[in-house]
Design a protein around this ligand. Structure first.
Ligand code: DX5
Ligand code: ZN
Length: 212
């Protein structure tokens, strides 16, 4: 299967999001990656529920919403109602991630789990049967344009082995520093998030290179 590409709108022109979405979609994007940050879980504030709802109105492709917020349980209902197709939470952000993931599914979205680079991969292994998406962060969450952390690649291998062992069918996604230069680490990945790499050049060319 060829990889799915999810451009991160964090690197798009926020004054022209509708045009940007149309442009990356025409350029071959499969999903739209939406980074939600609250200034507490990470040192940055980005967008919230109303913007996700507005993106949904103009997007023809699924919204892949990455919550970098504390206590996601307080907001998942709103993010699902706003139109999140995939809704991913951080394992560190809540006391009971299993319950939050089950609730996301009950609400009608596809649950995803992710972890900070310094969090051990064993923290998410028990959650794999509950999710449709596992997101491996290859930068410290908070900002686009950072350097890919090669020491995180081993997590991809462990997750792939576990998915095979348990015969699960969740997708593996990688987020942070993804480019043509780091692609060779990512052969076992299903979905590539790319912000600065896609938005800083011709979108179609960037997406074509990432699809390999
Ligand atoms: C970082 C975000 C990423 C970010 C990736 O916290 O989760 O989605 O937009 O940006 P690049 O591809 O520029 O590293
Ligand atoms: Zn992200």
């Amino acid at each position: 299967m060829s990889k799915l590409i999810a451009p991160s709108i964090l690197s798009a022109d926020f004054a022209n999001l509708e045009k940007e979405i149309q442009a990356v979609t025409a350029a071959g994007a499969d999903w739209l990656h939406v980074d939600v940050m609250d200034g507490h879980f990470v040192n940055n504030i980005t967008i919230g529920v109303p913007v996700v709802a507005s993106l949904k109105k103009v997007s023809q492709i699924p919204l892949d919403v990455h919550l970098m917020i504390e206590k996601p349980e307080k907001y998942i209902r709103q993010f699902v109602q706003a139109g999140s197709d995939y809704l991913t939470i951080h394992v560190e952000s809540t006391e009971n991630p299993a319950e939050v993931l089950k609730e996301i599914r009950r609400l009608g979205a596809k649950p995803g789990i992710t972890l900070r680079p310094r969090t051990g991969v064993e923290k998410i292994l028990p959650l794999l049967p509950l999710v449709d998406l596992v997101l491996i962060m290859t930068v410290e969450p908070g900002f686009g344009g950072q350097e890919f952390m090669t020491d995180q690649v081993v997590k991809i291998e462990k997750i792939r082995a576990e998915i095979n062992n348990q015969k699960l069918n969740c997708l593996i996604e990688v987020d942070g520093g993804v480019s043509d230069k780091t692609l060779h680490h990512l052969s076992q990945v299903d979905v590539l998030v790319a912000g600065s790499y896609v938005f800083k050049q011709d979108y179609a060319q960037a997406i074509k290179k990432l699809k390999g």
